[in-house]
Design a protein around this ligand. Structure first.
Ligand code: SF4
Length: 193
């Protein structure tokens, strides 16, 4: 008998809403790391994801109750860490940032208030760019605050560990301001492979 290969979940437009699922929990916070995007970064891992990709790199963080509640204290810590001159920016990961827009909008708004565009904001998402274009206001608002989006589910049959900042070859490193301006996906101009 042929074994059926399980695929990630595929939501209909606006089917999954942060207001219905997010508990505003964070799985982890890692200041000063070199792996979650360009330069030295502060990474916030929000809790909860519904895509359920086989081979997910962070299964524990698929649970919306995993970790700790997001607090003003943590937010102040992130801002303090990001104020160091050698920190290039903030990275949002998960879990799914776009199903935790309450938390992600709060920290992005604070980063823009404190640093303007002197620091950049990157986010990973299981949603594709095209899916986000048909999504709810909060997701589009979060997208508009980003510099870089790495989009799409992790697909085991497209897994490639040599790719820059991505786990599978369907995922793209997208220049968000350029893509919004040109109304089409524009790939990051520093893409190596
Ligand atoms: S989108 Fe990311 S966090 Fe969510 S299940 Fe897939 S790999 Fe895991």
């Amino acid at each position: 008998m042929k074994r059926r290969i399980r695929k990630p979940n595929n939501p209909a437009p606006k089917e999954w809403q942060a207001k219905d699922v997010s508990q505003q929990y964070v799985a982890d916070y890692k200041p000063f790391n070199f792996v979650d995007g360009e330069g030295i970064r502060c990474s916030l891992y929000v809790s909860g994801c519904l895509f359920n990709c086989p081979g997910c790199y962070n299964v524990a963080a698929q649970n919306f109750h995993y970790g700790q509640p997001y607090t003003k204290g943590l937010e102040d810590q992130i801002i303090d860490d990001m104020s160091k001159s050698y920190v290039q920016g903030l990275t949002l990961l998960g879990g799914e940032p776009f199903l935790n827009t309450q938390v992600c909008l709060k920290i992005c708004e604070r980063v823009r208030k404190e640093f303007g565009h002197k620091k950049d904001i990157w986010s990973w998402s299981g949603y594709t760019w095209e899916e986000l274009m048909n999504e709810s206001y909060d997701k589009l608002k979060l997208l508009s605050m980003l510099d870089i989006l790495i989009d799409g589910r992790f697909l085991e049959d497209k897994k490639d560990l040599t790719l820059q900042f991505r786990g599978s070859s369907n995922q793209r490193i997208i220049d968000v301001p350029q893509s919004l301006q040109q109304n089409k996906v524009v790939i990051w101009d520093k893409l190596v492979h």
